[in-house]
Design a protein around this ligand. Structure first.
Ligand code: ADP
Length: 470
């Protein structure tokens, strides 16, 4: 199910709340209003009946009624009756059943032709004439119609209020949550572009979200500083270790050159030399990666023959392959010219080929190939080795990641493929691995034949600077 954003959730919640409250208020107002309207209609009826007594007089024993008595003032009909119920004056609504019993001093409700009426009866003593009954009648439906008009108005007003409050709520919530969107965008940029220098940049706000954004920025500042320190430290340490390692290796070679060295000593020195070589390799890989992290690794771009480099690396691997009875095959054209850093591209072939030979059991086959595809160079190294489990495949590019330390010897540090990936990316290319456990692996890559040109276009587009060219 699609996730609803907080912005919409809050808007819906507030709008529902406002709809509920407005509906409630309108319902209370309408019911109070209708009660008041009906009560005031009854009061007006009573008053008109009582006031009509002044319009009745007797002249020479006969009842005379002022002409105002017959006016339908305020929608009220007045009629006067003698003690026998005979209509003396006034009028009643058309078809009104005069058979409604007289009930003095109470407002009765009567139904006629689908309309409702209020009926109020009262009697008065007219001097020299006797008792006269006055009946007042007014339509309840007229009052109800007024109410209906109010209800119609409310029916129009309610959705309008809801719509208006929804729009206001949305814009208010959007404004309030804008810093949160910025924080999300910044966090995403940091992990997608691996760039800790990004900041949210909300300053001067006093609310909680602005304070959170400022705290987040301060935390990023500190994180960046400590990462920089860490990178610098790794780079410095690797750099400092290179010279003593070179001295150890040369001293080993010097000792091994002595023909009088005993077999036991020779064996011990050879072990030291082997370990020192592994360590030197690890140090140079670390140095390269830490420089790459600091954007300090310089690539020397020159015109070169990629196939020639590939073949020479494969020839170098021949001895190790033969030792393991692994068949090495190449599938490369005579020449494949491109622009790149020779040392780095050699490392690329070397790391992939070394892995292929290391992780392929005796009797297996390793094949490396390259070709030109348009303005790109494609290459691959495949083997019939032990393969990589599917769950480990996404992690093999991570630093110091090893699928299973038991299956590789101590010369493998887990940095080889990180370095391969960096070399490919630094040349503006891509690499991916396909593997089936127990069947073998294939590493396929693509690099622009002229990375300088393609990369400068890409660089402008992304505004990134992964490379420093000499
Ligand atoms: P390492 O120095 O340990 O070889 P890498 O970064 O080169 O480190 O490789 C990471 C892991 O990927 C290795 O530990 C290994 O398990 C696995 N791997 C790399 N290449 C192959 C291959 N050709 N066949 C099987 N597994 C491989």
């Amino acid at each position: 199910m699609k996730r609803i954003s907080l912005k919409w959730k809050l808007t819906i919640l507030y709008t529902l709340l406002i709809t509920l409250l407005t509906g409630l208020v309108l319902a209370v107002l309408l019911s109070l209003g209708s009660g008041r309207l009906l009560a005031s209609a009854q009061a007006a009826l009573r008053q008109r009946v009582v006031e009509s007594f002044d319009l009745l007089e007797s002249r020479e024993g006969n009842l005379t009624v002022d002409s105002d008595f017959s006016d339908r003032e305020g929608g009220i009909y007045l009629s006067a009756y003698d003690e026998d119920g005979l209509l003396l004056a006034g009028r009643v609504p058309y078809g009104f059943a005069s058979a409604i019993d007289f009930q003095e001093d109470t407002v009765q409700t009567a139904e006629l032709n689908g309309s409702r009426w209020y009926v109020y009866d009262a009697s008065t003593q007219v001097r020299d004439y006797g008792t006269v009954y006055v009946r007042g009648v007014c339509s309840v439906s007229a009052v109800e119609e007024e109410m209906n008009t109010l209800v119609k108005l409310a029916v129009v007003l309610l959705p309008a209020t809801v719509l208006l409050s929804a729009v206001l709520c949305y814009s208010l919530v959007r404004r309030t949550l804008r810093p949160v969107s910025r924080m999300t965008r910044t966090a995403r940029e940091i992990y997608e572009k691996r760039d800790l220098s990004r900041r949210i940049g909300i300053e001067g706000g006093r609310d909680e979200i602005s304070t959170l954004a400022e705290t987040f920025d301060t935390m990023l500042e500190q994180l960046q500083a400590s990462f920089e320190q860490q990178k610098q430290f790794t780079s410095d340490v690797s750099h400092e270790l290179r010279t003593p390692m070179a001295v150890i290796l040369s001293q080993c070679d010097y000792l091994l050159a002595d023909p009088e060295l005993s077999g036991k000593d020779r064996e011990a020195i050879q072990i030291i030399r082997e370990k020192a070589k592994n360590l030197t390799r690890l140090i140079s890989q670390l140095l390269l990666l830490s420089r790459a992290d600091q954007n300090r690794q310089v690539l020397t771009m020159e015109k070169l023959d990629f196939a020639l480099i590939g073949r020479s690396v494969m020839e170098e691997m021949e001895a190790a392959a033969q030792e393991k009875q692994i068949l090495l095959e190449t599938d490369m054209p005579e020449h494949l010219m491109m622009t790149g850093d020779e040392t780095m591209l050699m490392r690329l072939w070397m790391n992939l080929a070394e892995n292929a030979v290391s992780y392929t059991p005796p009797g297996g086959r390793v094949k490396a190939g390259c070709a030109r595809k348009g303005n790109r160079v494609v290459g691959y190294v495949e083997d019939t080795g032990m393969g990589i489990p599917a769950e480990a495949l996404p992690h093999i590019w991570e630093r110091f990641y090893r699928v299973d330390s038991a299956r590789s010897d101590s010369s493998h540090s887990g940095l080889g493929l990180s370095m391969v990936q960096w070399i490919i990316q630094a040349h503006g290319g891509e690499i991916h691995a396909e593997s089936r456990e127990g069947k073998g692996s294939k590493f396929v890559f693509e690099i622009p034949a002229e990375p300088g040109r393609e990369m400068s276009a890409e660089k402008n587009e992304k505004n990134e600077n992964p490379l420093m060219f000499l």
